[in-house]
Design a protein around this ligand. Structure first.
Ligand SMILES: Cc1cc2nc3c(=O)[nH]c(=O)nc-3n(C[C@H](O)[C@H](O)[C@H](O)COP(=O)(O)OP(=O)(O)OC[C@H]3O[C@@H](n4cnc5c(N)ncnc54)[C@H](O)[C@@H]3O)c2cc1C
Length: 392
């Protein structure tokens, strides 16, 4: 965080006596961290806060491949939002935002209710890019939202257990998430007693994990080969019928499940709002304020950091959390806001299905069982820190 010179505190609403309402939209990584910080150091008493999220738990995506692989269950990777809210004095509303009117300071909710705010901070993450496949798009199961994906994955395993032939699965998108998911699926199917299960990883591009270093790509390719995952590059999904996928290369792949990992895509309602956006993500300044509507802030996958565009990654959302908390306090005291200063390099950790992982930072790439243990320790330390016991 870059510090700004402070001036004497004038509490928001001190002159009018009116309480000011801060809306925390979404309970993603950034807001979970912000809540923990707000619990330790709250804003001025004249500020009320509400968090709106569709679910009481936010599933931690970094540990999702471990659920798919069967190393732990989905229960283990949920951040319970209600206790975090209670500790920070924030009201929790279980609902989904369907639109935002940044000019009128209101959001509309799926329940039909409207909430008004003086300040809104958006951390609603992202969905998965829809593929333009006429008539069959609903047969593609996006990896996010995570809960419905996990239900489909469990159903696929249950069905495979009762079948005579080993299952075939297609994963679309050979970025880091798609590779982790494909490796986790293959590992799980082998553990379930299907050594001959087929997993195809399909991508329209010419290489896997294309925005990553050649060393990381080489190691990932070796892991895919070891796991016997078939890579289909230069291939687009053209149609999906019950049980099979047709590719632009002319191939037809059998498939019990087609998982869409084709990259993150912003929520449509953000693009439909008056907020300035880039590729559907809210343009924010160095203080994480919307460049068009400073009463709206955004962080994580929801935001486009104009000063230094960042890839959508949980690590940047986590780092934004303390800045959001600090700035809510500063806003409530009418102090100048602090700036978000994300480090450009970060420790990349990619799990490989089995209990091995690859790590990369500062151009150094390492692989092994100890890296998987390190990743597990980092992921579960975040989960422990943010899992407060429920209050009665
Ligand atoms: C398989 C996989 C593995 C990944 N591994 C890593 C990794 O190892 N490291 C890494 O840095 N990144 C990883 N990522 C990327 C990471 O998941 C995202 O960048 C990260 O989740 C973004 O965090 P966030 O705070 O923006 O939103 P999220 O943590 O995704 O949370 C968004 C929240 O908003 C809520 N929400 C959604 N819509 C609405 C709405 N309309 N109204 C109200 N609330 C709403 C959701 O329910 C959710 O609680 C991975 C992604 C995938 C798919």
């Amino acid at each position: 965080m870059a510090e700004h010179r402070q001036r004497p505190a004038i509490l928001v609403g001190a002159l009018t006596g009116r309480s000011h309402h801060v809306l925390l939209a979404g309970g993603g990584h950034a807001h979970a961290v912000a809540l923990r910080h707000l619990a330790k150091k709250p804003p001025s008493p004249g500020v009320t806060l509400t968090l709106v999220a569709p679910s009481t738990h936010n599933l931690y995506s970094g540990a999702l491949p471990g659920v798919i692989a069967g190393h732990w269950t989905a229960d283990a990777i949920g951040v319970p939002l209600e206790p975090l809210c209670a500790a920070a004095g924030v009201s929790f509303v279980q609902d989904s935002i369907t639109s935002i009117d940044a000019g009128a300071n209101t959001v509309h909710l799926a329940s039909g209710n409207t909430l008004s705010f003086d300040l809104a901070s958006l951390d609603v993450g992202s969905g998965i890019r829809r593929l333009d496949i006429a008539g069959s798009d609903d047969r593609l199961v996006p990896i996010r939202p995570i809960e419905p994906f996990l239900l489909k994955w469990q159903k696929t395993i249950d069905k495979a257990r009762g079948a005579d032939t080993p299952p075939s699965i297609v994963v679309v998108g050979a970025g880091l998430a798609g590779i982790e998911v494909a490796l986790a699926i293959k590992f799980r199917l082998e553990e379930e007693g299907f050594p001959d299960a087929r997993v195809h990883l399909v991508d329209a591009g010419s290489s896997i994990a294309s925005s990553n270093s050649p060393t990381l790509r080489r190691k990932l390719k070796r892991a895919l080969d070891r796991a016997n995952i078939t890579l289909c590059l230069h291939a687009r999904v053209q149609s999906i019928d019950a049980g099979s996928v047709s590719l632009s290369t002319g191939e037809t792949l059998k498939s019990a499940l087609v998982v869409n990992c084709a990259g993150s895509a912003p929520h449509g309602w953000i693009g439909e709002s008056a907020l300035a956006t880039t590729q559907g993500r809210i343009d924010v300044d160095p203080c994480l304020r919307s460049t068009s509507h400073p009463n709206v802030w955004a962080a994580g996958d929801t935001s486009y950091f104009t000063a230094d565009p960042l890839e959508p990654a949980g690590v940047f959302a986590v780092r934004a959390g303390p800045v959001i908390a600090e700035n809510i306090r500063r806003w409530s005291q009418e102090f100048p806001l602090t700036q978000f200063d994300p480090q450009s390099d970060y420790l990349k950790l990619v799990s490989l299905g089995e209990k091995k992982a690859i790590a990369e930072k500062f151009g150094i790439t390492v692989e092994g069982g100890w890296v998987w243990k390190l990743k597990k320790a980092i992921d579960f330390s975040f989960l422990r820190e943010h899992s407060l016991p429920a209050r009665n």
